[in-house]
Design a binder for this molecule. Structure first.
Ligand SMILES: Cc1cc2nc3c(=O)[nH]c(=O)nc-3n(C[C@H](O)[C@H](O)[C@H](O)COP(=O)(O)O)c2cc1C
Length: 186
């Protein structure tokens, strides 16, 4: 499988978490961490599997690097599989908690990517509204390095284990993903 972790960040937190995740995926899965500013929208198809890490900024908005990708995606048909992780702050932004993860996820799926991998429970998070909640679950791994820093590592390790299982059960560790857009979220 040809995979990558792509992160956007304003103050470094999401890059830090991307590194933790890359470590937690080893030794079974080796993935490089790449700053979103190094890619173009169509480059997402260079990988079979993209793990996208995005913090929410400016009250419910996308981090700026991912925002540029988002704006350029309308001309791109995605063929890759995606999983998401998001950074947010449920204490100060309970009405827009993790919104960017949800907004970006919806766009990637709309453009043809396969999703439904790595959804997580909202249990343990205290917030009012989030665009990252789909059918009662976060559409990826939600992390809060402001209010719940002590939980990040265990959440990342547990999520990495789930991703490994998903990758194996989808057969992505052996072959590239075909007909990506035909599968719907779980
Ligand atoms: C001005 C500002 C606006 C923010 N807006 C939100 C928000 O709407 N929703 C949310 O969940 N977190 C919000 N956050 C929290 C950030 O997402 C959080 O601090 C994150 O860890 C930053 O990641 P980064 O260091 O990778 O940029 C905001 C933070 C700041 C300083």
């Amino acid at each position: 499988m040809n995979g990558v972790i792509i992160f956007g960040t304003c103050t470094g937190t999401t890059e830090h978490v991307a590194g933790l995740l890359a470590e937690a995926l080893l030794p079974e899965i080796e993935m490089q961490c790449l700053d979103v500013y190094k890619i173009k929208p169509a480059s997402l198809n260079d990988w079979d599997f993209v793990i996208a890490g995005i913090p929410t900024w400016d009250v419910g908005e996308l981090e700026y690097g991912w925002s540029d990708i988002y704006d350029g995606l309308d001309d791109v048909d995605l063929e890759t599989t995606v999983a998401m992780f998001g950074l947010g702050d449920q204490g100060s932004y309970p009405d827009t908690y993790q919104d960017a993860m949800g907004i970006l996820y919806e766009k990637l799926i709309e453009r043809g990517a396969t999703g439904g991998i790595g959804f997580t429970s909202t249990d343990g998070h205290d917030f009012d509204e989030s665009k990252a909640v789909i059918d009662g679950r976060f559409c990826g791994l939600a992390l809060d390095e402001v209010m719940q820093q002590d939980l990040t590592e265990e959440r990342v390790v547990a999520w990495a284990a789930e991703l490994k299982r998903a990758i194996q059960s989808e057969g992505m560790d052996e072959s590239s993903v075909e007909n990506a857009s035909e599968r719907s979220p779980a």
